[in-house]
Design a protein around this ligand. Structure first.
Ligand SMILES: [Zn+2]
Ligand SMILES: [Zn+2]
Length: 556
């Protein structure tokens, strides 16, 4: 695209800046927000928690780019972690743009679209690792990093207004087993030529270095060698290097590998499709395992975060057909305890401990390394790239703040602290937030996406805290009760402190209400409101609860 004197280059995170999860970033090039061409990088999800009953999956509000989909030149998915790819099959039908990904990520995208029943219609473009290609006005050069999944791509995005380095998720690992051990190679040609670096902030507050996958491999061999009976190892299925490590450990310790859990099998077959894990041929199934001695078995299981349906939790509950965990078996959690999952995991550790099963976590042995760079790796990166502008992303506010201070201390001229929805001009001139767009969250509820401020979601939350109360009154023409009101409730104790039946007393209260209200309005909405307030007050007095109340009036 020919440079126009009014052209600008902007960065706009729709999600993932100020939070860890659901990354969705836009780069815009053109004279004005409404005349720009947009490149989308990553479309991820985050997961619901106990505060959102019934919501498992959350993603970014994509309305800004959906409204401009004719100017969306394409989406590149940096890697196949859920926080980068998870929402694509949900939101792409509103975008209908070209999708670009490297082979492993492309396989995962295909599976996700198949699962959602969304037709890719030939929109998926598979690009090679470390390749160059063009998407609209953006010239892209990929550079493979090391991370905790195959094919973590960082991107050099060049326009007439400069080159941006979008790191994606990365770390420096001299022996990553899968991935690039030396990202430094890349980069001589771009040194001192990077306008802005948009960089992962996850572990910036952790001193030192993240460590190497090879160390995990060596340590796991040593740990497993000492164990008797069966050994269960659980890890993220997407950490393919770790899966390979566990297969290696099985071989080194003369155990047969049993792979348990659908996502583990699925990830192994995707990896094999793109030429990874080709050498793992020692996997046996659960039936064959039953014939072997306990000391000859090593199980690789899903469920490292205590997911209720994950293989590890089901095994711990002795709810997994064909696998019975018992005394003196060992369970190794080769994974991080992700904040928020402690309760589920500690519950599982206790359950295993009660059965006299040996539990080994990253706190006991060095059997896990993070896939994100710690402070010293970040310092290396800044020294290699020397960007003019630094934009910390992929972190909570405290991480972003710490990261921008670090960038400043390393001589970056413009460390920029921005948040979701900020439209940051990177060039020409000094960086500046020039506008803000609507950013927010969409919840996947049942089978549709709903805005996070949806009334029915707050109603559901109230129900989960306070229960429900349903009252049906059959009224004659004089607006008096024709028969006793029908009352039902959920989630409320039916007897009060004096052991009186609350429903009986409420029935009486409703009779009194109709008996004493001689000039009730003929308007149902008014009767409704009054009766609701009488019933709610009554229940609150007796139970100190404010249930969600439904009143039904039937006239005969
Ligand atoms: Zn990642
Ligand atoms: Zn990520």
């Amino acid at each position: 695209m020919k440079k126009n004197s009014d052209d600008q280059l902007v960065f706009l995170p729709l999600a993932g800046t100020g939070e860890i999860g659901m990354n969705m970033n836009l780069y815009g090039y053109g004279p004005d927000i409404d005349e720009m061409k947009w490149l989308l990088v990553d479309v991820g999800i985050t997961f619901g928690d106990d505060s959102l009953p019934g919501i498992d999956i959350i993603m970014a509000d994509h309305s800004f780019i959906a409204e401009r989909r004719n100017d969306l030149v394409g989406v590149f998915i940096t890697h196949a972690h859920e926080d980068h790819v998870g929402a694509l099959a949900y939101l792409w039908p509103d975008l209908q743009c070209q999708i670009y990904a490297t082979p492993f990520t492309a396989c995962i995208i295909k599976l996700k679209f198949e699962e959602r029943g969304v037709d890719l219609k030939g929109y998926l473009n598979i690009v090679d690792l470390d390749s160059n290609f063009k998407i609209g006005p953006f010239d892209i050069e990929l550079s493979t990093m090391a991370h905790s999944i195959p094919e973590p791509n960082s991107m050099f995005i060049t326009t007439d207004l400069g080159t941006i380095y979008h790191t994606g998720d990365w770390k420096i690992d001299p022996d990553p087993l899968i991935g690039n051990p030396n990202p430094r190679n890349f980069k001589e040609k771009y040194k001192n030529k990077i306008t802005a670096m948009i960089c992962d902030s996850t572990n910036v507050m952790t001193k030192g270095r993240s460590g190497s996958e090879l160390t995990v491999r060596k340590n796991l061999v040593d740990v497993v060698k000492k164990l008797k009976n069966r050994v269960f190892v659980t890890s993220f299925a997407s950490n393919v290097a770790r899966l390979e490590t566990v297969a290696h450990v099985a071989k080194e310790t003369n155990r047969s590998l049993v792979v348990v859990g659908r996502s583990m099998h699925r990830m192994i077959s995707v990896a094999r499709e793109v030429g990874i894990l080709k050498d793992i041929n020692i996997i046996i199934n659960e039936k064959e395992a039953a014939k072997k001695k306990k000391s000859e078995l090593l199980y690789l299981c899903t469920g490292s975060q205590g997911e209720p349906r994950g293989a590890m939790m089901r095994i711990a509950n002795n709810d997994f057909h064909g696998i019975e965990i018992s005394k003196e078996d060992s369970v190794i959690f080769s994974s991080k305890i992700i904040p928020g999952n402690e309760k589920k995991l500690y519950g599982m550790f206790n359950k295993l401990s009660e059965m006299h099963v040996n539990v080994i976590t990253e706190y006991d042995e060095d059997i896990h390394v993070s896939g994100h760079p710690c402070k010293d790796e970040m310092i290396d990166m800044y020294n290699w790239i020397k960007p003019e502008i630094s934009v910390p992303v992929h972190g909570e506010h405290r991480h972003l703040k710490y990261h921008s201070e670090l960038a400043k201390s390393l001589g970056v001229k413009h460390p920029m602290l921005i948040q979701n929805g900020d439209i940051l001009r990177l060039a020409p001139g000094e960086p500046e937030i020039i506008d803000q767009c609507i950013s927010g969250r969409l919840y996947f509820d049942g089978n549709k996406l709903v805005p996070s401020d949806s009334y029915h979601l707050s109603e559901r939350k109230r129900m989960s805290f306070n229960g429900t109360l349903n009252i049906t009154c059959i009224l004659n023409k004089k607006l008096k009760l024709n028969s006793p009101p029908i009352i039902s409730c959920n989630g409320i104790d039916l007897f009060d402190e004096q052991d009186d039946d609350i429903i009986d007393s409420l029935e009486e209260e409703i009779y009194n209400f109709f008996d004493n209200s001689n000039n009730l309005s003929k308007k149902d909405s008014k009767v409704h409101k009054k009766l609701e307030s009488v019933s709610k007050n009554f229940i609150f007095k007796r139970t100190r609860k404010k249930p969600l109340t439904n009143i039904h009036l039937v006239h005969i």
